[in-house]
Write a protein that binds this ligand. Sequence first.
Ligand SMILES: Nc1ncnc2c1ncn2[C@@H]1O[C@H](COP(=O)(O)OP(=O)(O)OP(=O)(O)O)[C@@H](O)[C@H]1O
Ligand SMILES: [Mg+2]
Length: 393
Amino acid sequence: MQNPISGKESVIKAVGLSKEFRDFWNRPKAKAVNDIDFEVYEGEVLGLLGPNGSGKSTTIKMLLGLLYPTAGSITVFGESPRSVRTKMRIGYLPEESYLYKYLTAMETLDFFGALFNLSALERRSRSEQLLEMVGLSHVRNRPVGEFSKGMARRIGLAQAMINDPDLLILDEPTSGLDPIGCKEIKDLITFLQKRGKTVIVSSHLLGDVEDICNRVLILYGGIIRASGTLDELLTVSSSSRITTPLLEPGITERLVKILRDSLKGEQFVIDHPRRSLEDFFLDVVNKARSESVKTYGAEGGGEIAGYLKEESRDVLKDLMSGQKEKEPEMPRIEKAEGKEDDGAAKSRETIDKLVTHATEEKKQMPELKPPENREEVNKKLSHLVSKKDGKDR
Ligand SMILES: Nc1ncnc2c1ncn2[C@@H]1O[C@H](COP(=O)(O)OP(=O)(O)OP(=O)(O)O)[C@@H](O)[C@H]1O
Ligand SMILES: [Mg+2]
């Protein structure tokens, strides 16, 4: 289905979606989500809002196929959220970080990359770019169990992006982050939206939602109480606002007179606009950074990971058809019949060296084998162990 106004494809469609939690005796405990209908379209950033316990996380878990709806239906990319094909296209940042505390930041990303069948080379390259992007490159070898809340949030976000997802679901992404981290996440979401990605954000920080979302759903008691674009919901059409450069006193006086005469006793306000506290805070911190003031905390994140900027490739299709990701094509220099001129021979040599180097580098990377090889690995291990035992005896 397409959006009748924007013509964009529907990514998520929920009809009569409900979730009731029951206790051991099957007695109703909580109606977390109560018969809601909604649709999310390609390239939208949707804010899922509501007070504590209003059903946001439950809705998200149903979108991810982690919880079964009690009633109603939900499709993601036209399929069940449980389909592997759908899951491959989703990135998820949970409300609480579920990280293996003994893995380092680098190992964590490598582990999640392996779940998406990325090659060792691709995993390393993406992990490095993501760590740089979320400002954790300098702590790449520290176990994530030691991370502060905000640092854990940053690595969680990096993990959600490792598969370059088409749909990103972020449950309270800015919770625990410092204002710089919040700003970086907001910039990243806006950037991803420009690349046509769809993002769902649940958050209590309404200022952040206002900055990035096109549309919001407000839940209360598991029911959608309001939904629409921010312009539809927030524009106060009964008032006008004019912003001008600083007015000279003479002009202000004349303006006040005109307004008094025309508004006939109605109240009006002329004042100076205020900067947002976020802008001011960022200025203060950036100044400290430019003066190289020492910190032991998170550094500002770097550039957006390069692979996230690339035009979307059909990695998914390759994965689904069981093919390996294609090796990058090296430029070929055709050999002229009979002999090759000097320049061409040198270029060929350089290219051959590059190819050999890349292949060797790939060989050195520890490759996570698919489960079919487990038996073979076990055999080799028992063989090694029995040999060692024989020696030791
Ligand atoms: N596993 C569960 N078992 C029982 N009840 C649950 C479970 N998960 C959620 N609930 C209940 O469902 C309701 C909605 O919870 P949910 O976590 O979806 O809220 P939320 O909007 O995400 O809240 P918050 O803003 O606090 O994160 C609450 O009453 C909660 O107690
Ligand atoms: Mg929640």
